[in-house]
Structure formats: C-alpha cells, structure tokens
Design a protein around this ligand. Structure first.
Ligand code: CO8
Length: 264
C-alpha cells in the first residue's frame, strides 16, 4: 500500500514485528490535514490486522517537528456546521485509540503542538527527544483543543499545568514533560528513533495477547472508578491465566529458556 502523507516500514530483524509510521509533510512541519488522517487510519488498520506486527512507532519526518498541529490552512475557512455535522476530529480517537488494541509508541522528535500534541497523547506512551516541545496553543487562534488535549493532557500532567498550557499556549520542553508525567522517557535527539524502535521490539517480543491485555488494563484506569478498574484487571488476569502463553511462559521460566509465544 502506498500513502500520500506518511511512510510505513515494517522493520526486519533485529527490530522484528515492529511497524514504523512516519508523518511525512516536513515542509508543513507535519501538520495534520484530512489526507494524513485517512493515511493514518489505513496504516493503523493494516498494522492491527497483521499478525506478524506487534508494536508500532509513530514519528515525524524532518528535524524540527513531530507535528505542529492540525493543518490550520485547511481548516481556517471550514464552516462551524461542518465541524459539528462531521463530528470533526472524532475519527482520530475511534481509529487510532479505540480500534487499535496493539501497543504503539509516539517518538516525538520536535514540536508536538495542538493536534500534534494530542496525536502523541493518543499513543500508549511517548518517548521524547531532548529537543521535543509540547503545547496546546489553540487559544491563540481563537479556538481550543479538539482532539483530546483538554482531557488527555489534564489526566497526564494534572489540572494546574494543563490549565496553564491551554490558557497561555506556552510550550513545555522535554525535561518538564518528563517531570510532569507526559512522557515516559527523554533521550538524546540523535538516538530517539533507535531507542523507540528498541523499546517497541522489546514489547513485540512479549506474549502478544498479554501485551494487549496489559494495555487494556492500564487504559481502564482512565475510564473507570478504582473498584471497576480492579474488576477489569482481575477478569483480564483470569483470562490470561488460562492462556497457552501463560503455560509456555511459566514452563520457559522453570526450564531457563526463552518462551515461544502462540498469541493465545
Ligand atoms: N498548519 C499548517 N501549516 C503549518 C502549521 C500548521 N499547524 N504549522 C506550521 N505550518 C507551516 C507554516 O505555515 C510554514 O509553511 P510556509 O513555509 O508555507 O509558510 C511551515 O510549516 C514552516 O513553519 P514556520 O515557518 O512557522 O516555522 P518556524 O520554525 O518559524 O515556527 C512553529 C515553528 C513555532 C511550530 C510555527 O510553525 C507555529 O507556531 N505553528 C503553528 C502551531 C500551532 O498553532 N498549532 C496548533 C494548530 S491548531 C490545532 O491543532 C487545532 C485547531 C485547528 C484550527 C481550527 C480552525 C477553525
């Protein structure tokens, strides 16, 4: 499959079972237009459907930006009724978050602003270059986050910082983003992709059903009460306890060898 605005690469060994998706509009700092959305939906659906692919990495091309936001030029003249009637921005979450059960990582290589920050926060976690900058500057355009920024940023960094960032549009650098819990890890700019792919390969080598299950459990913490989340955790644990990979994982431990996963 060929794409207009992204590139997709399935990584060979030793990065086995990892799909690398790269936003590829460097001339517009990888701004997210409607074609990017269509391309990402197709790429994530292909990743999800391919049993040979177990973890994905999303990054931006060029040295400057992961994505500098939704494409302002494309949206500037769009009538409000179209935003409402199309439930504009809803498909980002429904396809990249809800329909993608396999884990994926955002490797943020520069500016992640507005929709770019929101896209990074849709990932299961973010690994950031030491040059990364995060922000929700929509207020400066007379609007506000529309792809989850007010909700996911607040859950990640808490009300004080999220409110300050949304109200002032100020950017957070990588060190502050790590301190605040927005990113899992900051790495030197030059080694970002290597580190992200290495981490993805580690995840891809895990028992695949357990990887999906771990992701589902952690995500439940954001959507339920503690009691309900604990029930979700126990039920998923109980399902895993009957899996072939659980029997294999425990046998491999006892026999001091690597597990050979069936994904069931
Ligand atoms: N959309 C479209 N094009 C963009 C965007 C964007 N979000 N960001 C950058 N570009 C383009 C620039 O227009 C420029 O193109 P050209 O060369 O043709 O003029 C090119 O990318 C390079 O950008 P700059 O020359 O500005 O690069 P600088 O290094 O000087 O600055 C910045 C980098 C600071 C990142 C700067 O580009 C910037 O501030 N960008 C906009 C950031 C922003 O506000 N993002 C939030 C967007 S809003 C959003 O995501 C949701 C709401 C959508 C609007 C809805 C309207 C109703």
């Amino acid at each position: 499959m060929t794409y207009e605005t992204i590139t997709v690469e399935q990584r060979p060994e030793p990065h086995g079972a990892v799909t690398l998706i790269t936003l590829n509009r460097p001339q517009a700092l990888n701004a997210l237009n409607s074609q990017v959305l269509e391309d990402l939906i197709a790429a994530f659906a292909a990743f999800e459907a391919d049993d040979g692919q177990r973890c994905a990495v999303l990054t931006g091309s060029g040295d400057k930006a992961f994505a500098a936001g939704a494409d302002i030029k494309e949206m500037a003249d769009k009538p409000a009724a179209d935003f409402y009637l199309d439930d504009f921005f809803a498909r980002w979450t429904s396809h990249l978050v809800k329909a993608t059960r396999k884990p994926w990582i955002a490797a943020v290589n520069g500016f992640a602003l507005g929709g770019g920050c929101e896209l990074a926060m849709m990932a299961d976690f973010i690994i950031a270059s030491d040059k990364a900058k995060f922000g929700q500057p929509e207020i400066k355009l007379g609007v506000a986050p529309g792809m989850g920024g007010s909700q996911r940023l607040t859950r990640a960094v808490g009300k004080a910082k999220a409110m300050e960032m949304c109200l002032t549009g100020r950017m957070m650098d990588a060190a502050e983003a790590e301190r605040s819990g927005l990113v899992a890890r900051v790495v030197p700019h030059e080694s970002l992709l290597d580190e992200a792919l290495k981490t993805a390969a580690t995840i891809a080598a895990m028992p695949p059903m357990a990887a999906i299950a771990n992701k589902e459990m952690v995500n439940a913490a954001f959507e339920t009460t503690l009691d309900q989340g604990l029930v979700v955790e126990r039920r998923i644990f109980q399902i895993l306890a009957g899996s072939e990979d659980k029997a294999e994982g425990m046998a491999a431990f006892v026999e001091k060898r690597e597990g050979r996963w069936k994904g069931r």
